[in-house]
Design a protein around this ligand. Structure first.
Ligand code: PEP
Ligand code: MN
Length: 345
């Protein structure tokens, strides 16, 4: 429910509304608006009686919010969310490109690729230390050692680190090293993990589940927001459909849909969405044209030797060309490549 306060309400009247919400053991969220203030309510499992609030002085109207997600939707927040990560903002005018190998394999591999993506203009470095693999026999990642290598690459290049948190057990370790904790597609509905991440006050990138609807995705975002973590952005990485010409089906349609329904930033991962190197750049360009706030792209300088996802990794030279194309497409749709904000790191 959303309680719209009259434009001439007093501080005391607003305080009384908040007190009534809390008395019902529900949570009020004050939403400043252009002309007045609204109070959003979360915590109720069923519909609330509007008259409970409309009878209070200073209240203009109580309106029901029918969408299942509240904090993730636009009813409770008017402006767009901007997530600060190191010297960059995700969700503003500036495009953010997160690039790097699928998995951290060795110090030499990571530093080489980190330097290359930095040179090409990437703003952040990706690399999985804990890898969710379809086969238990496949490379599972270097674990904590991989996190330490990511820290070394950050020291070397200054790039903030985006890395996956696979489970609650490794959460503290990942949180110590990551600037952005990535929730992978397979974990989008790991609600226990989402609750823990919600209590953490660190940026989280929530990838879309393998076959998640937009509502399900935003409900997962709601878990984080309702626990108090609003440093959150979404990543479309392709969904499972009937197509068999690609690893997944990139749902670019979801980019404007997310922007319409939610204030959360959304980036696109064309690497996992296509699974094929030659298709990564075209879909990356399309994602920027469609209004994405950024991209996550897998890059490897020796893809034939990669321990994970070699066939979809861009060579650093091709990545550099793509970065120039993205800047040009960004300019055509009113976006720049994000520049570091002075004095922030
Ligand atoms: C990844 O980004 O490394 C990854 C495993 O992606 P997803 O969870 O989208 O499959
Ligand atoms: Mn990968």
């Amino acid at each position: 429910m959303l309680i719209l306060m009259a434009s001439d309400h007093t501080k005391k009247q607003l305080a009384d509304v908040l007190a009534r919400v809390r008395k019902l053991r529900l949570k009020p969220h004050v939403i400043p608006g252009k002309n007045s203030v609204a109070v959003g309510i979360t915590g109720n499992s069923g519909a609330l009686d509007k008259t409970l609030f409309e009878a209070l002085p200073g209240v203009r109207e109580a309106v029901r919010v029918t969408r299942p997600y509240k904090l993730a939707g636009r009813d409770f927040k008017h402006g767009d969310t901007v997530v600060p990560v190191g010297p960059y903002d995700i969700g503003g005018r500036g495009l953010i490109v997160i690039a790097g190998p699928c998995a951290v394999e060795s110090e030499e591999q990571l530093i080489r690729i980190a330097r290359a993506v930095k040179k090409a203009g990437a703003q952040m470095l990706r690399g999985g230390a804990f890898k969710p693999r379809t086969s238990p026999y496949a490379f599972q990642g270097l674990g904590k050692q991989g996190l330490k290598l990511l820290a070394a690459a950050k020291k070397e290049t200054g790039l903030p680190i985006v890395t996956e948190v696979l489970d609650q057990r490794s959460l503290d370790d990942v949180a110590e090293y990551a600037d952005v904790l990535q929730v992978g597609a397979r974990n989008m509905q790991n609600f226990a993990l989402l609750k823990d991440l919600g209590k953490l006050r660190k940026p989280v990138m929530l990838k879309r589940g393998l076959s998640a609807t937009l509502d399900e995705w935003l409900m997962s975002a709601e878990y984080l927001l309702s626990e108090g973590n609003d440093k959150l952005f979404l990543c479309e990485r392709g969904i499972r459909a009937f197509s068999d010409h690609a690893r997944n089906t990139l749902d670019l349609n979801v980019v404007p849909a997310v922007k319409e329904l939610s204030h959360l930033p959304i980036i696109v991962d064309p690497s996992h969405a296509t699974g094929v190197r030659a298709r990564v750049a075209p879909m990356a360009r399309a994602a920027v044209a469609a209004g994405a706030h950024g991209l996550m792209i897998e890059v490897h300088d020796r893809p034939d030797q990669a321990l994970c996802d070699g066939p979809q990794a861009l060579h650093p030279d091709d990545f550099a060309v793509l970065m120039r194309d993205l800047a040009a497409i960004g300019a055509a749709v009113g976006r720049d490549m994000a520049e570091p904000k002075f004095g922030r790191q």
